[in-house]
Design a protein around this ligand. Sequence first.
Ligand code: SAM
Length: 288
Amino acid sequence: TRHDDRQHGSSIARPGKVKEVTSLTNPIVKDLRSLALKKFRDQQGVFLAEGLKLVIDALDLGWVIKTLVYSKAGKGNSLVEQVAARTIAKGGDVLEVNEKVISAITRRDNPQMVVGVFEQQLQPLSATRAQGNDVYVALDRVRDPGNLGTIIRTADAAGAKGIILIGDTTDPFSLETVRATMGSVFAVPLIRTSETEFLSWRKGFSGLIVGTHLKGAVDYRTIPYGGKPVILLMGNEQQGLPDTLASTCDKLARIPQEGRADSLNLAIATGVMLFEIRREALTLDGGK
Ligand code: SAM
C-alpha cells in the first residue's frame, strides 16, 4: 500500500508484505525463535541460514525462501533491498527487526545483518543414480553438528555429488550445522535413508563402496578409485561402522596414523579420503 511505501521508502515491489518488528514477544519472532529446535523446524519444514551472501547464493540456486529477516543496519543497503524484493516476488515475507531480535533468533551476540528462513530439501535415496566418476559420502549415524557441517563443506569443495545420511543422525538443518557448512548446505544434495534401505539400494549400485575402518585392511592410497562411481562410507564418531555396514563394503580402507590418537576426527578422515578419491579429478586449473 501507499502507506507502507512511504514508511519503508524502498524499491520493494509489494511493500505491504514488509513488517517492522521490534519486540521479542511478537508472535512472528517467537515462531522464528522456535526454529532453534528440531521439532519446530521439522513441523514447519524450514531452517535458518545466516548472512547476506549465503542468502543470495541460496536464492540463486533455487532454494525457496519463506521469510527474510534483516536488522536495521541492512536498511538502505542495495543488496539487502534486492534480496527483499526477490523474497517478496517469490511470495515470502520480509521482516525488518532490531539487533536484539535478530540476536534472539540466531542465538548470537554479534548476529549477521540478514537471516533467511528456507524450505528444507532432502532427496530420497531411491532417486539417487550414481554414474561416471560420481562420489557420494555416506555417513553412518553422524552425531556432531560441527562434523556434519564441516563434511558438507568439504564434500562441496571436493566435488562430491551428495551426502547420504544413514540412520538417526544429527539434523543437517540445525543452526550449528548450517553455520559450519559456510553455505555448502545449499550446494550439496542431502539424502536421508535408513540402514535397511541403504543395504537394499546398494544391491543395485554397480560402483565401488569404500568403507573406512580402524581395522581396515587396505591403505586408502592403494585403492583404484577411478572409472566408476564411489560411495565413501564413514562410521559413527563413537562406534565406527557396525558389521552390517562394514560387510557390505567392497573395500575397507584405513588411513595410516602415528602418534597418540587412536583415530582421526570423522570430518578430517572424510576430508583426507575425499581428496584422495578425487585426486585425479581436481586440478588447480579446473577449479577455483
Ligand atoms: N571409536 C571409533 C572406532 O573404533 O571405530 C572411532 C571412530 S572415528 C572417531 C570416526 C570415523 O572416522 C571412523 O568410523 C572412520 O570412518 C573414520 N576414521 C577415523 N580415523 C580413521 C583412520 N585412521 N582410518 C580410516 N578411517 C578413520
